[in-house]
Design a binder for this molecule. Structure first.
Ligand code: ATP
Ligand code: MG
Length: 354
């Protein structure tokens, strides 16, 4: 008896270059789908973000949010446009709302050097930079919870709060990931200054006790910024607080070609959103210039996360196609110093799929 497993993928193109880059990722998914035995996709598209706010007054309509919750996985472009804010002036952050409401606590940001030409660092061959930053997504300095502002305008305060539950689950995710990779896990903290980080470090070592095969290390966040540039090859899995993860993942993307090639996932227990690490890039939106690789690689992460032997294989095939496409250093979009359009880069990846 043969039965087909249908995965429902909610696609949220969003604003700016979001629709352009998600269109290419969906083309890649549609092209690879027929080769997967017993697996099928059903896509549904939903309008979210600043454009949706201008239409309906809500950047994250409940219908779209419910679709995200019910889908097997979500593929998101990017959301937000300059000057589109709530009436009280607050910035719109529907992507953070999705993370918090679906409790997507783990934010893996894989950093992989596909081609030596794309790194500003000298002497690094393809594949020699290969690590994953695991960003804690739901607490830490990034959330507005606990923030205050004095009514007289004299001061403002943000709060860096970490919980045992939050630290435990993100460390466990990082160690489990390390077990599937090179078995090294680095905590990036600031335990020399912040008591919250002493707490994080204590829990990191408690979780580490369950993973005796994994080599552990702690590094201060400022030193991590230095070592990323001096010896990025020494890292495998790094786990860190929300804001540190946000900053370090942009730095790390810069080591391998920039934001246009940096994918990401936001993972919960049974929901997950995959999106490029970059934003809506309003400066180049609508011009067909955006690099779709970060979104295509995010789609590959999504296939791996779905965790079916066929989708895992398909995700790997997409990564191999990107690797093969980038062997020719003349084939790049503008952000990586080339002349290909968004569509031409999509075509190039498709041509390497078979
Ligand atoms: P966010 O606050 O959402 O993270 P951001 O302000 O960091 O957004 P981005 O939208 O990521 O900014 O863009 C930063 C710069 O990188 C812009 O100049 C943009 O044109 C460029 N950029 C970002 N993504 C891409 C892409 N996929 N292709 C080409 N250029 C890009
Ligand atoms: Mg940014």
């Amino acid at each position: 008896m043969s039965s087909t497993k249908t995965y429902h993928i909610a696609v949220l193109p969003g604003d700016g270059i979001g629709p352009e880059v998600t269109a290419e990722a969906c083309r890649v998914l549609e092209a690879i789908a027929p080769s997967m035995k017993g697996v099928d996709f059903k896509f549904s598209e939903h309008s979210v973000g600043a454009g949706e706010f201008l239409k309906s007054g809500n950047p994250l309509p409940e219908e779209a949010f419910d679709a995200c919750r019910q889908a097997d996985a979500v593929l998101l472009g990017a959301m937000g446009l300059p000057n589109v804010r709530w009436p009280d002036g607050r910035e719109m952050t529907p992507q953070i709302d999705i993370r918090e409401r679906l409790d997507l606590y783990a934010g893996p940001r894989p950093i992989y050097l596909f081609s030596a030409e794309d790194s500003p660092l000298k002497g690094y061959e393809a594949g020699s930079i290969d690590f994953v930053i695991v960003r804690e997504n739901t607490e830490g300095l990034f959330t507005a919870r606990g923030a205050t502002q004095a009514a007289d305008g004299s001061e403002a305060c943000d709060v860096l709060k970490l919980t045992r539950k939050g630290c435990e689950r993100i460390c466990r995710y990082a160690f489990e990931l390390a077990m599937k990779r090179r078995k090294k896990c680095t905590l990036v903290d600031k335990a020399n200054v912040l008591p919250s980080m002493v707490f994080f470090r204590k829990i990191f070592y408690e979780v580490a006790a369950d993973f005796p095969e994994v080599e552990t290390e702690c590094v201060y966040v400022d030193a991590a910024a230095l070592f990323f540039v001096q010896r990025p090859e020494t890292y495998d899995v790094l786990v860190t607080e929300n804001m540190y993860g946000d900053i370090l993942s942009d730095l790390a993307a810069g080591l391998v070609g920039g934001m246009g090639i940096a994918p990401s996932g936001d993972l919960g227990t049974d929901c997950a959103v995959f999106q490029p690490s970059h934003g809506t890039a309003p400066d180049i939106a609508g011009q067909g210039k955006a690099n779709p690789l970060a979104t295509i690689l995010s789609a590959a992460m999504m296939l791996e996360w779905l965790d079916h032997p066929e989708t895992i294989k398909a995700g790997e095939r997409i990564r191999e196609a990107v690797k093969a496409a980038l062997l020719d250093p003349t084939k790049r979009t503008g952000d990586m110093g080339g002349r290909l359009s968004t569509r031409e880069m999509g075509d190039l990846i498709l041509s390497h799929l078979d």
